[in-house]
Design a protein around this ligand. Structure first.
Ligand code: XIL
Length: 302
């Protein structure tokens, strides 16, 4: 029978999932993982607090386990994430100014170099823009080092791993008419016009009743693609159940397959019970690992 990965591959796309190293000993989990998915994002293991728990002391064991799993099943890797305001180790949370800027650049250089040649795309910078109507950058210790922190992060990542695609990744950037979406769009437009190395934009796509799939989602993906970047759906989950949930997953899948430069999509976990928002039952497999109606909707749409 066909699978999400093989169905996506018919149009040159991938189908991915977030993976936790701690679940790689669960044979139901790894069975679905190796059968269905052609791209893997570590759910937490490549974040700053995981890879540099003490300044200058790098810790790759859990992320390396996931990279090995990907290699053993012939899947590629999305790296997540090199620079983010959240999940910083304590030592970084208390830093500021030029010392923090230098620590961020060293982190990017070390981690991207460790994985050089093994990562299809890196989420170089995650969630740098504010929610709401301001269109401003999100306040953070990284932002306070100067507005250019994002572009210097991308340049450092390019130097360390020249063959990886370099993505900007965020949430609430799905609705074309939102200030946050417009602000990210203008940043990407500016980067492309000035030669800052950016190859892709990731749309996390965590959908629920407060944040539903917008009717212009496909337009948003197309407009970003028209700037000359790939677009990817990077952390998809949709609260709900049954046919309503399946229809939302179908809409998202149709949006990606309608956009030539939408190169793939990733769900943020495998079974509902693996989700960071398990009570929302937002994924394609139930807690027993059985395919949900949403699974069939996605498979039939790819
Ligand atoms: C989440 C993980 O799923 C959780 O296990 C962790 O406790 C917090 O982070 N946006 C992102 C992801 O970019 O890294 C987040 O992952 C979900 C929201």
């Amino acid at each position: 029978g066909t699978t999400l990965g093989s169905a996506a591959a018919r149009t040159g796309r991938y189908f991915g999932t977030a993976v936790s190293a701690s679940k790689l000993s669960d044979s139901v989990y790894t069975g679905i993982l190796s059968r269905e998915f052609s791209m893997i994002t570590p759910e937490n293991e490549m974040k700053i607090d995981a890879t540099e728990p003490s300044q200058g002391q790098f810790s790759y064991a859990n992320a390396d386990r996931i990279v090995s799993q990907a290699a053993s099943q012939g899947a590629r890797m999305r790296g997540h994430t090199l620079a983010w305001y959240s999940q910083q180790p304590g030592w970084m949370q208390s830093m500021e100014g030029s010392a923090l800027r230098q620590a961020m650049l060293n982190h990017i250089t070390q981690v991207a170099s460790h994985y050089r040649g093994k990562i299809y795309a890196w989420d170089v910078v995650n969630e740098a823009f504010a929610d709401g109507g301001s269109g401003a950058r999100r306040d953070s210790n990284l932002q306070r080092t100067g507005d250019d922190w994002i572009e210097v992060a991308f340049r450092a990542a390019r130097s360390a791993d020249p063959d990886a695609k370099l993505c900007y990744n965020d949430y609430n950037t799905d609705d074309w008419n939102q200030a946050k979406t417009q602000a990210v769009y203008r940043m990407v437009q500016d980067f492309k016009s000035r030669g800052v190395p950016i190859d892709c934009v990731g749309f996390q796509s965590h959908f629920n009743s407060n944040s539903p799939v917008p009717s212009n989602y496909r337009t948003t993906l197309q407009n970003f693609a028209d700037l000359g970047v790939d677009v990817q759906i990077t952390e998809l989950d949709v609260e709900g159940s049954g046919t309503a949930q399946a229809n939302n997953f179908r809409t998202v899948t149709q949006a990606c397959t309608a956009v030539a430069r939408c190169t793939g999509m990733t769900t943020w976990g495998i079974r509902d019970t693996d989700s960071w928002r398990a009570s929302a039952t937002p994924l394609l497999f139930d807690g027993n690992g059985q395919k949900k109606e949403a699974y069939t909707a996605v498979l039939d749409t790819l």
